[in-house]
Ligand binder design. Structure first.
Ligand code: EPS
Length: 385
C-alpha cells in the first residue's frame, strides 16, 4: 500500500492518495470523517482549530459507498486559505509579500532553507507544519475501515503531559476506550485528566508549550503479520518509522519499551502456555504484541514521546537569516499542546502500517478474498479469536 499527502498549512488545501485497498470495502462518510473531527479536539489547541472544520471529500476510488480497488483520492480544504490567499497563492500576486527570516529552533525552518536554497522560511514551514497530519488522518481512516472489516480495532490515549503521568494500565481492553474522547486531554484516568488540564493552563500562561506521551493500542490482530526474515519486513521497524514520521515525535516504545532495559530477563518476556480451549496463550504482554518483528496476536501496544511544540509565544533566541544578526525566532499563532491530537495521528499511522501488513500477507482483489485468506490461515494455525 502507499499513502501520499500533498499540501501546505495555509495553502488552498490538502490531498491524500491511498493506493492498495481491495475492492468492495463498504464505508460511510461518517466513518471517514470521524477521526478528522477527533484530531481537531484536545485542550491546549490554538486559534486555528476554530477556523477549520476538517472533512475529507472523495474525488476518486469510491463509488456508492464501496471501494473500487483503485487509488482513493481525498481532499481536505484549508478554510484559513481565505486569510492567506495573497501569501500562499500558487501563482504570482501583485502584492508585495514579505519573506520570513526568523527560523524557530526545533522546527524544520533553518535546515530547510539551507537545503532547499530559499531565503524565505515560509517555503519550508508551510509543508513542515503538522497541518499535514489532517491528510494522513483522512488516509488512515480508510486503513482503519479496512482493518475493522477484518476484526481489528485501534484506540489511543494520552498517558503523559509534561511531568503529569497517568497510572500505568496493562489490562486495558477495547471497552475501556468507549468514552476516551470525553476527556479534554484524551486521558483514561479522570484525576490525571484534571491535573493535565491544569498543567496546560499553567504553562500556557507562562508562554510555554508542552509535550507528552501517547499510547496506541490495537486489538484483534492475527498472529504473524510482519516477518523475522529481513529487516525491512520486521513490523516493529515499520511501526517505529511510521510513528517517528509524525511531526515532533522524539521517541517510540513497543510494549514496555525502554522500561524493559531495566529488567532482568526472567521478568522481561511473556511465557508461553497452551490449553485445548484457548490454544497458545500468554498471561503477560510485555513485548507489546510483537516478537521477532511479527504480531503475536496479543494487543499491539505502542507509545510515542512528543517534544513540546517549537512555535513559542515567548520566542527562543535565533538568527535573522537575511542579516545573520541575533533575533528572536518567528512568533506565530500556535497551540500550547497537541498531544491528544497527535494520538489520533498515531492511530492513523499504525492503521496504515497494519493495513499494509494484511495486504502483504493475504493479498486479494476483493475484500471477500482477503477475509477468506485470513480465515483459512487462522484455521491452519489453530488461532482462536
Ligand atoms: C502548526 C501551527 C498551527 C497549528 C497547525 C500546526 O497552525 P497556524 O500556524 O495556522 O496557527 O494549528 O496545525 C493545524 C493547522 C492542524 O490542523 O493540526 C505548525 O506550525 O506545525
Amino acid at each position: 500500500m502507499r499513502l501520499i499527502t500533498a499540501g501546505e498549512s495555509h495553502g488552498p488545501g490538502l490531498t491524500c492518495i491511498v493506493e492498495g485497498l481491495p475492492a468492495g470495502l463498504e464505508l460511510s462518510q461518517e466513518e471517514l470523517n470521524r477521526d478528522m473531527a477527533r484530531r481537531q479536539l484536545g485542550h491546549g489547541r490554538g486559534g486555528r482549530m476554530k477556523i477549520e472544520t476538517d472533512t475529507a471529500q472523495v474525488t476518486a476510488g469510491i463509488r456508492h459507498g464501496r471501494t473500487l480497488g483503485g487509488p482513493i483520492a481525498l481532499q481536505v480544504a484549508n478554510r484559513d486559505y481565505a486569510n492567506w490567499e495573497e501569501r500562499m497563492n500558487p501563482w504570482p500576486v501583485e502584492a508585495d509579500v514579505p519573506e520570513v527570516h526568523l527560523p524557530r529552533p526545533g522546527h524544520a525552518d533553518l535546515v530547510g532553507t539551507m537545503k532547499f536554497a530559499t531565503s524565505d522560511v515560509r517555503n519550508i514551514l508551510e509543508r513542515a507544519s503538522a497541518r499535514e497530519t489532517a491528510a494522513r488522518v483522512a488516509g488512515g481512516a480508510l486503513a482503519k475501515i479496512f482493518l475493522q472489516a477484518l476484526g481489528v480495532q485501534i484506540f489511543s490515549h494520552v498517558i503523559q503531559i509534561t511531568g503529569v503521568r497517568a497510572p500505568q494500565r496493562s489490562d486495558l481492553t477495547a471497552a475501556d476506550f468507549a468514552d476516551i474522547d470525553a476527556s479534554p486531554v484524551r486521558c483514561l484516568d479522570p484525576e490525571t485528566s484534571t491535573a493535565m488540564v491544569a498543567e496546560i493552563n499553567r504553562l500556557r500562561k507562562a508562554n510555554e508549550s508542552l509535550g507528552g506521551v501517547f499510547e496506541v493500542r490495537t486489538f484483534g490482530l492475527t498472529p504473524g503479520l510482519g516477518s523475522h526474515v529481513s529487516w525491512e519486513e520486521r513490523l516493529d521497524g515499520r511501526l517505529g518509522q511510521a510513528i517517528l514520521s509524525i511531526q515532533a515525535m522524539k521517541g517510540v516504545g513497543i510494549g514496555e519499551g525502554f522500561e524493559l532495559a531495566a529488567k532482568p530477563g526472567s521478568q522481561a518476556h511473556d511465557e508461553i502456555f497452551y490449553s485445548p480451549e484457548r490454544g497458545y496463550y500468554r498471561e503477560t504482554n510485555r513485548c507489546g504484541g510483537l516478537e521477532g518483528g511479527m504480531t503475536t496476536g496479543q494487543p499491539l501496544v505502542i507509545s510515542a514521546a512528543m517534544k513540546p511544540l517549537p512555535t513559542l509565544t515567548k520566542p527562543l533566541r535565533s538568527v535573522d537569516i537575511s542579516t545573520r544578526e541575533p533575533a528572536a525566532a518567528l512568533r506565530e499563532r500556535t497551540d500550547s499542546t497537541t498531544v491528544p491530537a497527535a494520538a489520533i495521528v498515531g492511530e492513523a499511522m499504525v492503521a496504515f502500517v497494519l493495513a499494509d501488513a494484511y495486504r502483504t500477507k493475504f493479498g486479494g482483489d476483493h475484500i471477500d478474498d482477503v477475509r477468506e485468506a485470513l480465515r483459512a490461515y487462522e484455521e491452519r494455525i489453530g488461532w482462536k479469536r
